[in-house]
Design a protein around this ligand. Structure first.
Ligand SMILES: CC(C)(COP(=O)(O)OP(=O)(O)OC[C@H]1O[C@@H](n2cnc3c(N)ncnc32)[C@H](O)[C@@H]1OP(=O)(O)O)[C@@H](O)C(=O)NCCC(=O)NCCS
Length: 188
């Protein structure tokens, strides 16, 4: 049974990160990657102006707790050593009946290749299965997003599906990959 509300004790600690709800003081850190065309290439955000990032951040300040299906838990990835917010990790409460969630993440380009996103996503899978009581967590991604697919495989998630031309996304038809992990796979 899914245990709601999802309200972890903050910060959620990983070896190098604190995962915590966003604060308005995170604006400059967020804008660095919300305004980067390469970061938003495969995710459904526009390249944001500072005002648009401020509005997106304002919503995120309310997303440190989840009460019902359809809502996203959205946590800042703060580097413990420096206090910089380098990215965000997300978990959607997809279905109560099916105890299903969906994982997401985005991070500034200058900190890529160091394992931070994997570390954050692994901690969120822990919350999903150990704390919130989910049975299945999926991730959906543009089939060209190779860095994201490698990350999901590193986490032990399985590729389950490839949907051809499944979305009209940023002015073109795009293929979607679906990865998943079940609770017993997480435990193994
Ligand atoms: C998806 C995204 C978060 C992946 O970033 P990333 O830097 O590749 O992921 P990590 O931070 O986990 O780093 C992993 C890389 O660092 C390397 N690495 C170095 N030190 C590491 C460590 N201590 N632990 C794990 N990996 C480490 C890994 O080998 C891996 O490199 P590889 O993929 O070339 O093999 C990033 O590309 C991004 O933000 N993209 C834009 C947003 C987006 O597309 N989100 C996904 C939507 S589905």
């Amino acid at each position: 049974m899914v245990r709601i509300p999802w309200a972890p004790e903050y910060p959620v600690e990983t070896p190098r990160l604190h995962l915590r709800p966003h604060r308005m003081a995170d604006l400059d850190d967020l804008h660095l990657y919300h305004s980067d065309p390469a970061v938003v290439r495969y995710i459904p955000w526009p390249v944001r102006t500072l005002d648009e990032t401020r509005a997106a951040l304002e919503s995120r300040t309310h997303q440190g707790v989840v009460f019902e299906p359809g809502q996203w838990l959205v946590l800042a990835m703060e580097v413990r050593e420096t206090g910089r917010v380098i990215g965000e990790v997300l978990l959607k409460y997809d279905s109560e009946t099916d105890a299903r969630g969906e994982l997401g993440y985005a991070m500034a380009a200058d900190v890529a290749g160091r394992g931070y996103a994997t570390e954050a996503a692994r901690a969120v899978l822990g919350l999903a299965f150990d704390d919130f009581g989910l049975h299945r967590v999926i991730a959906r991604l543009d089939a060209r997003n190779e860095a994201s697919a490698r990350l999901l495989r590193r986490l032990g998630m399985r590729q389950e599906a490839l949907f051809l031309q499944d979305e009209w996304f940023k002015d073109e038809w795009t293929d979607t990959l679906v990865f998943a992990m079940l609770e017993h796979e997480w435990r193994a």
